[in-house]
Design a protein around this ligand. Structure first.
Ligand code: ATP
Ligand code: MG
Length: 603
């Protein structure tokens, strides 16, 4: 392809909002242009790279027996109402009406569409397992699209959905998808960190995210210095460092604790102030926060303060569901509550701190004096760390009052004890006890065991060999192609521009004549032909530009090989070959250049 016949509008300047390298370089290299906030058009060069990523993804999906289909992007709102997500998806879901007033959504993901297609065709266990995928447009009305195509509103996702008769079969395909993901990212030249992820409120039983390390990543990852444990902070667990619950051997600790005592703590507002006031540390304090949870799918019929809660019929087949419920959540004073874990424990769609008025109503005191002792208006959930606190300080449900010497099981009882702690750097690995450290990560892919969430709510069934009806299990597996492409640039660039891995490069070779005329022109044309015959994709820079301009553009575009053809070297039968990733060029004959490059691109 001759450069003069392409459309590669390179730029020196970049828009002010392009703060990360991939965003800047995709603009500067003429790969993308912005149509509106979060909406990007791919120009020819960008699309060439995009197609390479797409091909890798497609090959790896095909290799594990997932079958490609092409559903529509516009999907009937009815399906989303059946799954319950018409209401629960919030503002990210773009809802539209057609001319006769029927509801539609612009797919942000496609569980509903795939489940509906399978529901209509599935009758027998013989049709399962079945794995289907698409590589198709998604739209999410992101509040803050940013970093170019990393977080756009419209983007392309590969999303696969699988259907199974058993946990084993689901697990087998889930593992195969995980292996395919590792292979996809490896072929793209990406270093990914697979991490354990939350699968809570979706009702799934396993979930893994594929992250790349990134300063602008939205995710905090916890990794072990000692073993391969890696988890999203939403899910991360750590070895307990709490004193064990009073058992016959150490019961004396609790027995020796003096009776619980209410004390005056005037003008003491923060935990720090309280620690100074009582000459203790935050580890002796039970921090209690009042939470509101919505769409709770946990049976609260025997929970304190929940007798009058209104129960709802459930979309997902859960036994009970409540629109909203309040909880007191207690944790050791030096730790933080992990809201994702809390939501998962409660099977709630969402949890958030209760409004001030609700705190006052529930605790009978201003904000800051909640505590489990004497609290009966809502169920008390305690983190595991609290169970072993045999002599704790905590709010006394009264302004300027605290209790001391509080003992779990003696002075208050938890409705539920769970791991709801946010794990931090320096905590101990749950697997090996090693020290954990933190990294920021950006999610490129996500695999998820959904269980029966959609197949139940949307009424999918099949008959087993005895004619008995069952609901299939389901998994879903997504990769963002735009984000993957941008991440490749993040990992492969320098001051001058992009350094494409061969597998996703827009062209393999750029041939640069010092001046495209006479014998140089002839040699370039011949070289281009020979390279193309050897399977290389070649960009011939035939523009009437200074050599320096062409070199700069070649560096910016990041094409893996550069061959410079000039009079002087040509007179000696030589051309200058340089890899974009290397500093030094070498002189070889054109035919040797063809052999070298042909061999390298076949690897
Ligand atoms: P995030 O937490 O980054 O918003 P998500 O968990 O909502 O992502 P999934 O629903 O798991 O995303 O979608 C699968 C993949 O789609 C993500 O791993 C990511 O690569 C991609 N993706 C999601 N949202 C966007 C977006 N706004 N722009 C580009 N890619 C996206
Ligand atoms: Mg995700």
């Amino acid at each position: 392809m001759k450069y003069s016949q392409t459309f590669i509008p390179t730029l020196r300047e970049v828009p002010g909002d392009a703060i990360i390298a991939s965003h800047r370089l995709m603009f500067r290299a003429g790969m993308i242009r912005k149509l509106s906030n979060g909406l990007f058009a791919y120009l020819p060069l960008g699309l060439r790279c995009f197609r390479k990523v797409e091909r890798i993804v497609r090959e790896e999906m095909d290799a594990i027996g997932s079958l490609e289909i092409k559903p529509t992007v516009v999907v009937p709102g009815e399906l989303w109402k059946e799954s319950g997500r018409w209401d629960s998806m919030g503002e990210a879901l773009l809802r539209v009406k057609n001319r006769v007033g029927a509801d539609f959504v612009i797919s942000p993901t496609a569980e509903e569409a795939f489940t509906s297609i399978v529901r209509d065709e599935l009758s027998s266990y013989r049709q399962l397992p079945l794995s289907l995928y698409q590589i198709n447009t998604k739209y999410r009305d992101e509040i803050r699209p940013r970093y170019g195509v990393m977080r756009g509103r419209e983007f392309i996702m590969k999303d696969a959905y699988s259907f199974h008769t058993s946990e084993e079969s689901l697990d087998e395909h889930y593992q195969a998808q995980g292996r395919a993901y590792r292979q996809i990212f490896k072929r793209c030249g990406l270093t990914v960190i697979p991490v354990k992820a939350d699968s809570g409120a979706m009702g799934g039983s396993g979930s893994e995210e594929f992250m790349v390390e990134s300063d602008i990543g939205d995710n905090t990852l916890l990794l072990c210095k000692n073993c391969d444990y890696a988890a999203n902070v939403e899910k991360a667990e750590c070895k307990s460092d709490y004193i064990t619950r009073p058992s016959p051997e150490n019961a004396r600790d609790a027995i020796n604790t003096p009776p619980v005592e209410k004390i005056d703590t005037p003008e003491v507002k923060t935990i720090d102030e309280l620690c100074t006031f009582l000459k203790t540390d935050a580890k002796s304090f039970i921090k209690t926060l009042i939470y509101k949870a919505v769409n709770v799918e946990t049976d609260l019929s025997s929970a304190p303060g929940c007798k009058n809660l209104v129960k709802n019929p459930t979309a997902t087949g859960a036994p009970v569901s409540y629109n909203e419920a309040f909880f007191a959540v207690a944790i050791r004073g030096d730790l933080d509550i992990n809201e994702t874990k809390l939501a998962a424990v409660l099977k709630a769609a969402e949890v958030s701190l209760a409004a001030e008025a609700d705190v006052v109503r529930i605790t009978g005191a201003p904000v800051g004096f909640a505590g489990p002792v004497g609290l009966e208006s809502v169920p008390i959930i305690i983190d595991q760390t609290v169970t072993g606190m045999n002599d704790a300080v905590t709010g006394a449900l009264e302004k300027d009052k605290h209790y001391r010497h509080a003992v779990c099981g003696r002075d208050y009882n938890a409705w539920l004890t769970a791991d709801i702690r946010t794990v931090k750097a320096k905590d101990c690995c749950i697997k090996c006890g090693g020290e954990l450290y933190e990294k920021k990560g950006n999610e490129l892919g996500h695999i998820f065991k959904l269980g029966k969430k959609y197949t139940d709510s949307m009424g999918v069934s099949y008959l087993d060999e005895n004619g008995k009806s069952h609901v299939p299990l389901m998994g879903c597996y997504g990769i963002g192609l735009d984000r993957t492409l941008a991440s490749i640039i993040e990992e492969h660039h320098d001051e001058q521009g992009i350094i494409w891995p061969v597998s996703v490069a827009p062209y393999h070779v750029i041939v640069i004549p010092i001046k495209y005329q006479g014998s140089v022109q002839e040699a370039c044309d011949k070289l281009t032909c020979e390279l193309e015959e050897a399977g290389a994709e070649v960009l011939l820079d035939d523009r009437d530009e200074r050599a320096g301009v062409k070199f700069n553009d070649a560096d910016l575009l990041g094409i893996p090989w550069r061959i410079v053809v000039g009079d002087k070297n040509l007179a000696n039968g030589m051309v200058e070959v340089k890899r974009r990733s290397e500093k030094e060029a070498h002189l070889i004959s054109p035919s040797e250049a063809v052999t070298e490059i042909a061999a390298a691109i076949k690897m």
